[in-house]
Each structure stands twice: as structure tokens, then as C-alpha cells.
Design a protein around this ligand. Sequence first.
Ligand code: THU
Length: 135
Amino acid sequence: MKSHDMERLVAAARNAAENSYSPYSRYAVGAALLDADGGVWTGCNVENASYGLTMCAERTALFKAASEGRRSFRAIAIVGGTADAPAVPCGACRQTLAEFCAPDMPVAVAPLREGEATLRTLGDYLPHAFTPASL
Ligand code: THU
């Protein structure tokens, strides 16, 4: 994927993080998922007074897309944290992404406010994933 496209995705994720509802952790996260048709699906983390019910930004974006019929994705950008410690997808989000996304799908993580993205793949984050092909 072109670096320009990934920059656009990071910008969309930063925009999405503006809507983060994170009064408990005060840790805003945004995500932007690019589908196979070029559509961009964004999400943010949505926390709850019953803390364990919190939904991550990545799964918010993925569930928005999947619930509108999208099943194939080309890349995701995630923003959160600082340049020294940018957010990375949690284990639950890695597994959820692996349901729909190939191991070679690019995953960019970047600090919430500004700064360079780090590019890895979903397989880097979740090697040997349990997927529909495992069944
Ligand atoms: N969070 C995400 O939205 N995505 C991740 O992959 C890491 C964690 C959120 C959940 C919670 O609202 C806050 O960040 C602190 O854990």
C-alpha cells in the first residue's frame, strides 16, 4: 500500500479519536480501517462505568464495517499514546481482526497527536492465529 494512503488512514484515525469516550482511563484511541472497495471505517474506544464492558477503537471500527456487510480489508491505522509508547492493538482486537484480515495486512500504529507511524503486519502482532481456516 502507498505511504500516502496510510497517511490518510492515520489522519482518519486521529479524527476518530476526537470522539473517544474515555473518562476512566483518559487514554483516547482512534482507528481507521480500509475496506477492499476503498471505504474507510473509523472507530474510537467507548468506556463504561462497568469497566470491563469497554469497547476498543479497533473493534468499534471493525464491527461498524462488518455490520454493514464488509468482509474484506486492506489496512488499519491505530492512534493512541505517545511517540515513546504508541498504542498497539490489544489481544482481543488482534484476534477479532484476524477473523476478517489476512496476516500480511498492514497495521500502522501512531501516537495520538502527531508523529511517525510504525508499520507492521497483523501477522507480526498475532502469529499463528486461530482463524476460520483453522476449523
Ligand atoms: N484501547 C483501545 O481502544 N485499543 C487498544 O487496542 C488498546 C486499548 C482502549 C481501551 C481503554 O478504553 C483504553 O484504551 C485504556 O486501556
